[in-house]
Design a protein. Structure first.
Length: 298
């Protein structure tokens, strides 16, 4: 069976086609038009090009930076704002003349890593994306668990746990609340904290290089980051106790996370013990689009 996945992002639309074994048969990306009907045109053209090239018709899954509301059937919470307020799954389904499954891109990431990635074979997988923002998704038995409100995994918009006085009311989030986890542990939050401490780094790659060189200020800020990340993930472990946590996004490429974080997690997990594996993703930037294809694994 041919499975087609589409990753609809703010700057690019990427398509991948997988066979039954998860082997990649076709891949292509185009710029995102940033207008709703032109976005539909681009997805339609990519799907038909893949099917024409491979001489097969496939199932189609789409990952989006938002969700389809279970109440209105319309996309909401997408930072690709031009798709908000539209029935994306219905509209593209009519064009392709088949049912199309749409899921949050972080959930697609979790599914990809659960099916044949770093968490292959694990039952409950919590997939975290530490990039410009901070997202997460939950896969159970290789399938998306999105919840009644389609927001399962959105722990980045809970407040940072166990804040000290210096952290309380110190950040503002785009969601309208203060002190969201995202504002502290996203790549943006890490660089902001480093600059406030007097450091200079343009992005996570710059910061990782300073860590590798054992720059004292970077190490100090990174220790604070690890503590905040541990507090944030301990809340998840205390609630759902996943079998494994997989990290993605640019910050996940800092190798020191995987040595330091396991030492701090037990401090915040109930009972003072924690052996939950926290691992780096296998597929990197391809996890989302592969997970979209795997929305049809059964």
């Amino acid at each position: 069976m041919l499975r087609i996945g589409v990753d609809l992002g703010g700057t690019k639309i990427e398509l991948v086609a997988l066979n039954e074994q998860g082997e990649e048969l076709f891949r292509k990306r185009v710029s995102t038009p940033k207008e709703y009907h032109k976005t539909l045109d681009a997805i339609e053209a990519l799907v038909f090009e893949a099917e024409s090239t491979l001489k097969q018709t496939g199932t189609v899954g789409i990952g989006i930076p938002g969700v389809v509301s279970p109440f209105s059937g319309l996309v909401k919470n997408a930072n690709s704002t031009w798709i908000n307020g539209h029935p994306l799954d219905v509209d593209i389904g009519k064009r392709l003349q088949r049912e199309v499954r749409v899921a949050n891109d972080a959930n697609c990431f979790a599914v990809s890593e659960a099916i044949d990635g770093a968490a292959a074979g694990e039952f409950i997988v919590f997939g975290v994306i530490l990039g410009t923002g901070c997202g997460a998704g939950l896969a159970i038995n290789g399938k998306v668990h999105s919840g009644q409100n389609r927001i399962a995994g959105e722990w980045g918009h809970n407040p940072l746990p166990w804040m000290d006085a210096s952290e309380l009311n110190s950040t503002q989030c785009f969601c309208g609340n203060n002190d969201c986890i995202e504002t502290f542990i996203s790549g943006t939050g890490l660089i902001r904290d480093f600059k406030l401490a007097g450091g200079n780094a343009e992005n996570g790659v710059d910061f990782a290089a300073k860590i590798a060189m054992a720059e004292p200020l970077a190490q100090l800020v990174f220790e604070r980051y690890i503590d905040r990340l541990a507090r944030s993930l301990a809340h998840v472990i205390n609630i759902i106790d996943p079998d494994i946590i997989v990290l993605g996004g640019g910050i996940s490429n800092i190798d020191e996370i995987y040595q330091l974080l396991p030492k701090v997690l037990p401090k915040y997990v109930l009972g003072g013990e924690c052996r939950t594996p926290v691992v780096q993703n296998m597929y990197g930037g391809s996890s989302g689009v592969r997970g979209a294809a795997w929305l049809w694994q059964s």
